[in-house]
Ligand binder design. Structure first.
Ligand code: KG4
Ligand code: ZN
Length: 359
């Protein structure tokens, strides 16, 4: 049962955790969202600087809380890809330096493998391969998982990621950043059936549609048109008392259509591909409407389902620690001169453990 210190700084959360196998001994996250909210999105230079400031204290905090000293660790892990390069470098350089100083193995982790592992922090998974719906700020993917490093992508978004759609629609409505939690709060009491919005599909060149793929850019445009239409009605009657936009109904309808598209295509994929379990992970997996719909449809379709614990849906280091502990238990670790990369397909996560650094 390897015990690891894991560090995560790929975007706008600085995080450290100490994990023993699949048990979190301590986990701490310092979010920068308030700072980036002023700019309506993540500013890479600010993100890197804040990670540099936050990480030493987070490491000290998780060591203190877990009672584990650095000398007792079996390995030190850091997210190496994908993400913002300047941000990724903070955890990577810190992790590699500590690993060298304490003569511990260094384990680089693929950020999406971390998200996949977040589900293991909840109830145990049924045996056998399973289908993962991974929905975050940068990714919307359907992945068949047969074990660590054994991933096959069966579906994806062709334009915006689901989280990106939440962020863009929130910005359109002036709800702030990050969009997901803001939309969820604004739509809590809304009528999710009031506005009919499109379920974007992706055409095949040879005709028909890709059954497991997604497109969210049309939905964003449809929201914009709907808002303009409502504002048009309002402006056409300037003498009437100004009607506020039906914000709660608008965002509840948006959330509902995103949840339906994601869940319908995932359940179909699981059924047709003979996968008995559907797993939901990533920042957007924190959305209650999506969690509830997935549960209801899986129950109806006779599928088993698991959803990542709420605390580990958005970026954190505990999920990186679980991925690293698994890799270490399988005899894998990384070169101390392995760098970081803005992009790396999940199917190539094994490259992080090659003898010659791949970047
Ligand atoms: O996984 P994550 O923390 O970072 C990435 O790896 O991208 O995901 C962040 C994304 C953001 O787009 C955010 O708006 C979305 O997850 N998100 C949500 C919710 N909480 C975060 N989307 C919908 N509902 C939520 N409650
Ligand atoms: Zn993430």
């Amino acid at each position: 049962m390897p015990t690891v210190l894991a560090l995560e700084t790929s975007c706008d959360e600085s995080a450290a955790a100490i994990v023993r196998d699949q048990t979190v001994l301590a986990s701490a996250v310092a979010s920068q969202v308030e700072e980036h909210a002023r700019w309506g999105g993540v500013v890479p230079e600010i993100a890197s600087r804040r990670h540099v400031e936050a990480l030493p204290q987070l490491i000290e905090q998780v060591c203190r809380q877990s009672g584990v000293a650095l000398a007792e660790l079996d390995g030190i892990a850091a997210t190496a890809a994908p993400g913002l390069v300047g941000a990724l470098l903070v955890a990577s350089v810190t992790g590699r330096t500590l690993a060298r100083l304490h003569a511990k193995p260094f384990v680089a982790v693929h950020h999406l493998e971390g998200h996949l592992c977040s589900v293991q922090l909840g109830e145990p998974l049924p045996p056998g391969p399973y289908l993962v719906l991974l929905v975050s700020g940068g990714h919307t993917e359907l992945l068949r998982v047969d074990g660590p490093g054994r991933y096959q992508r069966l579906g994806r978004s062709h334009d915006d990621a689901a989280g990106e759609a939440f962020d863009k629609v929130a910005r359109l409505l002036g709800l702030g950043y990050p969009g997901g939690p803001a939309i969820e709060a604004a739509g809590r009491d809304g009528d999710a059936n009031r506005f009919a919005l499109p379920k974007g599909r992706v055409s095949r060149p040879e005709g028909g549609y890709y059954p497991y793929d997604f497109s969210f850019s049309g939905l964003k445009t449809a929201m914009l048109r709907q808002v303009r239409a409502l504002e048009g009605v309002r402006d056409a009657a300037p003498d009437a008392a100004p009607e506020p936009l039906p914000l709660a109904d608008l965002v509840a309808s948006f959330e509902q259509v995103v949840a339906e598209v994601l869940v319908e295509r995932s359940c179909r994929c699981a059924r047709e591909q003979g996968l008995a379990t559907l797993v939901l992970v990533g920042g957007v997996a924190a959305n209650r409407r999506l969690r509830a719909l997935l549960e209801a449809r899986c129950q109806r379709d006779g599928l088993a389902w698991r959803v990542a614990p709420l605390a580990y849906c958005t970026d954190n280091a505990a999920m990186i620690g679980v991925a690293a502990a698994q890799r270490l238990a399988g005899g894998q670790s990384s070169c101390l001169d392995l760098g970081v990369a803005a992009r790396l397909p999940l199917e190539q996560a094994d490259r992080l453990y090659e003898r010659q650094p791949c970047f």
